[in-house]
Design a protein around this ligand. Structure first.
Ligand SMILES: Cc1ncc(C[n+]2csc(CCOP(=O)(O)OP(=O)(O)O)c2C)c(N)n1
Length: 349
């Protein structure tokens, strides 16, 4: 790749895009070379993923409203950012998420019941990270970026050729942990992808209060190249993440991706966004919906959308039904289960 060229673009300007809000395919010198292999069947797979995780999200939100979950952090609107990045990962890459990356966890093969047990209050953690190469959800804002950086140092020391990716929000970029992680990752040239989902709100605080410049514009100050990408464009996100992973895995060090997206739901089910944000803003972002723009593109390619939508709906129904039954059939934990048990994995040799 012409790396210097690719990584200089799109740091502070309009986010790099391959599929417009209207579903039109546009060119990008930076991103196009990274998705040459993507045909319609792959795009249809991304479409299915996005519909399924939206359905998981809706079902979990309903479960919370029905008293079956204590809390749920919706991802509505952020499907492309999560699916595009997750589908760029190799099996060996390790994910360090926040609490909102349930779509990423789904792609990595996290069991549906494991996804919600912590939100039901049945367990202090969700799953064994080593089974799926995904750490469990991190609620301490930004702490997971340090974990990703430390793990990446281990990868380098072990001579591995995989990477870590860490997900965090726009608000998290103001946290010391995130800044410390970026300093360390840059200094030691570590294979970390800093994947920031700029969903425009840190609970009730707008991104404009957190930063006077686009978030991607901060990274070069740490010596980390950045890409600012349309986070509602699954193809652009896939391309940007492939660029960053290629760089990481070939010894080029960390990359910062700002995926510009929007949190269409509340911060969590405990939040009421109508108290602090303008309804018109939500309407503007609905017009940039990640799923409908991919549907429009596939339709323009002659895809049989009636059949695809029927197949995808059947899959989403089945997943939602498994999620619901897994949730309501979870046995109540014993009181002492509140104390976690860890299985320590010691590398052979
Ligand atoms: C260290 C720390 N400080 C404060 C909080 C409370 N808190 C929970 S979510 C949140 C906002 C996070 O916003 P952002 O990073 O943009 O991520 P988003 O929730 O939008 O995905 C805050 C301040 C916390 N969990 N951890």
């Amino acid at each position: 790749m012409s790396e210097q060229h690719s990584l200089r673009d799109g740091v502070t300007g309009e986010p790099l895009t391959l599929i417009t809000a209207e579903g039109q395919r546009v060119d990008s010198d930076t991103l196009d070379p990274w998705v040459n292999d993507v045909g319609d069947s792959f795009l249809a797979g991304l479409y299915e993923d996005m519909v399924v995780i939206r359905r998981i999200d809706t079902e979990a939100t309903h479960l919370q409203r029905q008293g079956e979950l204590a809390l749920w952090p919706p991802l509505l609107g952020q499907e492309a950012a999560q699916i595009g990045s997750a589908r760029a990962l190799a099996q060996d890459d390790f994910v360090f998420p926040s609490y909102r990356e349930n779509g990423v966890a789904y792609c990595r093969g996290v069991n549906l019941t494991d996804l919600i047990r912590v939100w039901r209050g049945n367990a202090s953690s969700g799953w064994d990270p080593y089974q799926v190469n995904v750490a469990t959800p991190q609620v301490i804002i930004g702490a997971q970026t340090l974990h990703a950086t430390g793990y990446a140092m281990g990868l380098v020391n072990d001579g591995a050729s995989s990477a870590t990716i860490t997900y965090f929000g726009d608000g998290a970029t103001s946290q010391g942990d995130v800044n410390e992680a970026m300093v360390f990752a840059a200094s030691f040239c570590l294979p970390v992808v800093f994947f920031c989902q700029n969903n425009h709100w840190a609970i009730s605080e707008p991104v404009g209060l957190q930063s006077q410049v686009p978030l991607a514009g901060r990274a070069p100050g740490f010596g980390i190249p950045a890409l600012r990408v349309d986070g509602n464009d699954v193809l652009a996100v896939l391309a940007a993440t492939r660029i960053a992973l290629d760089r990481a895995c070939s010894g080029g060090g960390p990359t910062f991706i700002e995926a510009v997206t929007y949190r269409m739901g509340p911060h969590t089910t405990a939040d009421d966004p109508t108290r602090y944000r303008d309804a018109n803003e939500l309407e503007d972002w609905k017009a940039k919906d990640p799923i409908s723009r991919l549907a429009a593109l596939l339709n323009s390619h002659g895809m049989d959308m009636e059949k695809l939508d029927a197949d995808v709906a059947a899959k989403a129904d089945a997943v939602a039904s498994d999620l619901r039954s897994g949730c309501i059939n979870l046995p109540d934990p014993e009181p002492l289960d509140v104390l976690p048990t860890f299985s320590l994995r010691i590398a052979p040799g």
